[in-house]
Design a protein around this ligand. Structure first.
Ligand SMILES: Nc1nc2c(c(=O)[nH]1)N[C@H]1C(S)=C(S)[C@@H](COP(=O)(O)O)O[C@H]1N2
Ligand SMILES: [Mo]
Length: 201
């Protein structure tokens, strides 16, 4: 009688509090991959993370130095502008507060830059105050290349295009300028709770 079939394992969860799902989103169980180009592969001994721009001397960490920084476990929901929401994701990464420590907050904005040329712009306030990380583990394992490994930005309170994969640094700016998707019509800020999907929203 204890019949177990594969079909039952993929059962949709029915216990989700609807208040966790932003307007227009639906919950997925898998982890979709969305990339505007091919997955870049940079050997870890050539990988660096750089904070530059309106910060005085730029600072750069090697992979080894980066892993030696204090890291945090992050448990969060993520929301893609293409309408999928994934609940209860588990990450480990370095808080952007740690990376920007001491940066003059009057600068106002950052542009994340990546291997492959992707960029995305964010107000400094959206990546500080414990709101953003540079994540290198997902589900207790090294972040897979297709999901942005070795390291990606994680800004879970904004649509997931702001969470730049293969991130290599942050350029601190005293003015705002659009990144890759923002130039192509996505909203400049992308708050899923306000449904800020496109520039006209
Ligand atoms: N470098 C880079 N980062 C990126 C993208 C990209 O194409 N290139 N796509 C963005 C978009 S639109 C989304 S929804 C998420 C997808 O992340 P995932 O593939 O891990 O689900 O990455 C974001 N970060
Ligand atoms: Mo996306």
């Amino acid at each position: 009688m204890a019949l177990i079939s594969r079909g039952f394992r993929g059962r949709r969860r029915t216990d989700v509090d609807p208040a966790r799902i932003p307007p227009g989103q639906y919950v997925v169980e898998g982890f979709p991959v969305l990339s505007a180009g091919p997955t870049p592969h940079v050997p870890l001994d050539q990988w660096t993370f750089t904070v530059r721009g309106a910060v005085g001397e730029p600072r750069t960490w090697s992979w080894e130095e980066f892993l030696a920084l204090p890291s945090e476990a992050v448990h969060t929901d993520i929301h893609c502008v293409t309408k999928w929401t994934k609940l209860d994701t588990e990450w480990r990464g370095v808080s952007v507060d740690t990376l920007l420590g001491g940066v003059d907050a009057s600068a106002g904005f950052v542009m994340a830059f990546c291997d492959g040329g992707y960029t995305t712009n964010l107000p400094l306030a959206d990546v500080t105050g414990g709101h953003a990380w540079v994540a290198y583990e997902y589900d207790g394992k090294p972040l897979e290349p297709k999901h942005g490994g070795p390291a990606r930005l994680l800004v879970p309170h904004l649509y997931f295009w702001k969470s730049a994969k293969w991130v290599r640094g942050l350029e601190v700016l005293d003015h705002d300028q659009p990144g890759f998707w923002e130039n192509l019509g996505y909203h400049n800020r992308g708050d899923p709770w306000k449904e800020q999907r496109y520039w006209s929203d």
